[in-house]
Design a protein around this ligand. Structure first.
Ligand SMILES: O=P(O)(O)OC[C@H]1O[C@H](OP(=O)(O)OP(=O)(O)O)[C@H](O)[C@@H]1O
Ligand SMILES: Nc1ncnc2[nH]cnc12
Length: 173
């Protein structure tokens, strides 16, 4: 598999390149299990983003980043939107678009009410995931005051209001 070498928050990583179609390849970022990279990225992001009241992230790959950000900000909790309702969740809020669903536990929705929120994810591609998270934050009566990610990719999304560390280019052939 082809690899795309990139420095992210001072850490060098080789990102696996996958084909989307004959003309387009994308380099993929997988932070799961990569403590060194997650810690470096979280340190870089807390320098750029004012401490919010609460952090909201998306299952799955946003979770380790949100956990490290919460630790650095000295927070005891952060909130994870799940991809499906779980039996242990209280009455939940959900948002869905183009086959992607995120579900927020009712307890978490109560915690969010009137809070200033940092919405964080590891990666923003089409922007669909981060948009759904923002909508859930709104539904819970809270305000998204910042959005952050490690990487953004592509040009279909406006990144002006997202604090990010690297832009991963699309590879066209
Ligand atoms: O901007 P978008 O085009 O919406 O893409 C970004 C989302 O996609 C990835 O997660 P994925 O849905 O692959 O799930 P995972 O984290 O569970 O692997 C990534 O972690 C973001 O949440
Ligand atoms: N982690 C990731 N890297 C590259 N493209 C993606 N699309 C969705 N998640 C991605």
């Amino acid at each position: 598999m082809a690899l795309f070498t990139m420095e992210i928050a001072g850490v060098s990583r080789q990102l696996p390149v996958i084909s989307v179609n004959d003309q387009l390849q994308i380099a993929t970022l997988n932070i799961l299990g990569d403590c060194e990279l997650v810690e470096a990225c979280a340190r870089a992001l807390v320098e750029k983003v004012t401490r919010p009241d609460l952090i909201v992230t998306a299952e799955t790959k946003g979770i380790p980043l949100a956990a490290e950000l919460a630790r650095l900000y000295g927070m005891s909790h952060f909130i994870v939107a799940r991809k499906e309702h779980k039996p242990y969740m209280q009455t939940s809020l959900s948002q869905e678009a183009e086959g992607l669903t995120y579900v927020l536990d009712g307890q978490d929705a109560k915690r969010l009410k009137e809070k200033h929120v940092l919405v964080v994810d590891d990666f923003v591609g089409t922007g669909r995931a981060i948009q759904l998270l923002e909508q859930l934050v709104r539904d819970a009566g809270a305000k998204t005051t910042a959005k952050a990610s490690i990487a953004v990719q592509g040009s279909s999304v406006q990144y002006d209001d997202i604090t990010y560390l690297v832009h991963i280019p699309l590879i066209r052939s």
